[in-house]
Design a protein around this ligand. Structure first.
Ligand code: KG4
Ligand code: ZN
Length: 334
């Protein structure tokens, strides 16, 4: 079964092709236009998807070395995401499916991230999955691809958003996450004591808005301009606060929900300290910690094709009358 997956929920135009659950090829075109604005400009994003998507599709077929006629089903992200951006990928996918007379499958972007650690590595069910990105910080117990339960989520900012806001306070380029990671490697995390909100032991939610305020106040107390060394220290202390909060919740979740692996996806799954600490926690529990490779941690089309493949294996078809759901919360196939 050959599945084409299309992802255009935010500012990456991406496609992937999966054959019988195995990734053949994927292509991501990032949109540089947003860099000078310090954030994604929705109108620019949807226009860029319109120009980039046909090229990305042509390239993914060339890389996969499969003819268009061989595709058995098309999957696309229906939400959550930016309405104009989602529409470009969804309408393209529906048109493709109708023209070829094959099924269309609408995929939840977060569900696709959650399943994505299983693309490149063996991922045993049930696993404890976390999606940590610029828009999401959620923990799930995944019994199998058809049975997913959300255990906790962020009450305010997503983990990536917290890194990006601190990056902005430190004058780093957008998005700040990768820069905070790089600088933190040479910083002293003990130089600042940033708070990690504790919401009690009876729930698995996290909260990062207090951290952002604490960092802002600390930066304001520093001499201006801040020295390179102090910037590294703020980065290291921020990273430790965010990672500690996530690891604490994962540990609590493992106590309550027996799992055969920890799987982390989304842009923040690239973070050096998170990978190390999740690896340590998993090691203590005698299970593996599974992360996608960096290209598949970020938004990509491979995960949409993979989630579409899981859905098609169960015979799922989405009616072509379906439209985008920018604030989609439910997992339609779980
Ligand atoms: O999954 P993603 O590419 O897009 C969505 O938000 O869906 O995630 C992007 C987020 C950004 O907030 C970025 O700062 C963060 O992931 N990020 C990182 C790292 N690489 C990307 N955060 C911490 N450390 C990193 N190495
Ligand atoms: Zn994402």
């Amino acid at each position: 079964m050959l599945i084409l997956g299309i992802e255009t929920s935010c500012d990456d135009t991406a496609a992937g092709i999966v054959e019988d659950g195995r990734l053949l090829a994927h292509v991501v075109a990032s949109q540089d236009i947003h860099l000078e604005y310090g954030g994604v400009v929705p109108e620019f994003a949807s226009r860029a998807h319109l120009t980039l998507l046909p090229r990305v599709i042509a390239e993914v077929f060339a890389k996969a070395d499969r003819p268009i006629a061989a595709i058995d089903a098309v999957a696309a992200t229906i939400g959550p995401g930016l309405v104009g951006s989602l529409l470009v990928g969804l309408e393209f996918a529906k048109g493709f499916a109708q023209a070829r007379g094959i099924p269309f499958v609408g995929v939840n972007h977060v569900e696709a991230h959650l399943l994505s650690p299983g693309i490149e590595q063996d991922l045993p069910f049930p696993y404890l999955g976390m999606v940590a990105s610029g828009g999401h910080t959620e923990i799930y117990h995944v019994t199998d691809a058809a049975s997913v339960r959300r255990l906790g989520s962020t009450r305010d900012d997503a983990a990536g958003e917290a890194f990006d806001k601190v990056g902005k306070l430190l004058g780093l380029p957008y998005p700040g996450g990768p820069h905070v990671d790089r600088l933190a490697r040479e910083g002293n995390p003990d130089a600042f004591a940033f708070p990690v909100a504790r919401l009690g032991n009876d729930n698995l939610d996290v909260s990062f808005s207090g951290l952002k305020t604490a960092v802002k106040l600390a930066v304001e107390r520093e001499k201006s301009p801040m020295s390179e060394g102090r910037i590294r220290d703020v980065a290291a202390a921020t990273e430790r606060a965010v990672v500690n909060a996530l690891i604490e919740r994962l540990a609590l979740a493992l106590d309550r929900h027996p799992s055969k692996a920890i799987a982390i996806a989304g842009g923040c799954a690239c973070n050096t300290l998170l990978r190390r600490e999740a690896g340590r926690l998993a090691g203590e529990r005698g299970i593996p910690a599974v992360f996608p490779s960096p290209a598949l941690c970020r938004d990509n089309g491979a995960m949409i094709a993979f989630a579409g493949w899981h859905a098609r294996r169960r015979g799922i078809v989405t009616p072509v009358t379906a439209s985008v759901v920018p604030n989609l919360d439910a997992f339609p196939h779980a």
